[in-house]
Design a protein. Structure first.
Length: 163
């Protein structure tokens, strides 16, 4: 009887630990998900350290070439979807996948649990992806769309390796 109780307790503890791991809280600091070296390697130009784009949130981070301010400059912007009102990060990701006139959305395989490219004429491309309860919007600027998409995929893999 004692052995049966011990076995049941051990099984429950294993289940509880694995459930907790599977549902870890999504990250909140976008700048901690990519290093300056990773972004430099993928863009092929030296960039500064990641910096918060909005002072009141750590969910939005950018990396760019120091001193360059043109709209066409090479840079990366990462947005972590956070809770917004009653919409969870996963719900926000699902809303972002919905069709919008003028924006082409293409499914992407091999990135997290779900991913799409969102291409907006005149504004470029973005890779929206989700892994578990965490969702992201990653954008590479300063390259033609096909080159930006390849770089977004590489950086997304770097982000997912940290989760």
């Amino acid at each position: 009887m004692k052995l049966k109780i011990t076995f049941m307790l051990a099984a429950w503890m294993f289940w509880a630990a694995s459930t907790r791991t599977a549902h870890a809280a999504p990250p909140t600091d976008a700048c901690s998900l990519l290093t300056q070296a990773q972004v430099t390697a993928v863009l092929g130009v030296p960039v500064g350290a990641g910096e918060k784009i909005a002072p009141n949130t750590s969910a939005l981070c950018g990396w760019e070439v120091s001193g360059e301010k043109s709209f066409q400059r090479k840079r990366v912007v990462l947005n972590i979807y956070t809770q917004m009102g009653s919409a969870s990060p996963t719900q926000r990701f699902n809303y972002a996948k919905m069709p919008i006139k003028g924006i082409t959305k293409v499914p992407v395989t091999g990135i997290g649990d779900d991913a799409i490219f969102a291409v907006t004429p005149g504004f470029g491309t973005g890779l929206l992806f989700r892994k578990g309860d965490a969702a992201f919007d990653l954008r590479v600027y300063g390259f033609p769309n096909d080159q930006a998409e390849a770089r977004e995929k590489q950086l997304a893999q770097d982000i997912l390796a940290r989760l």
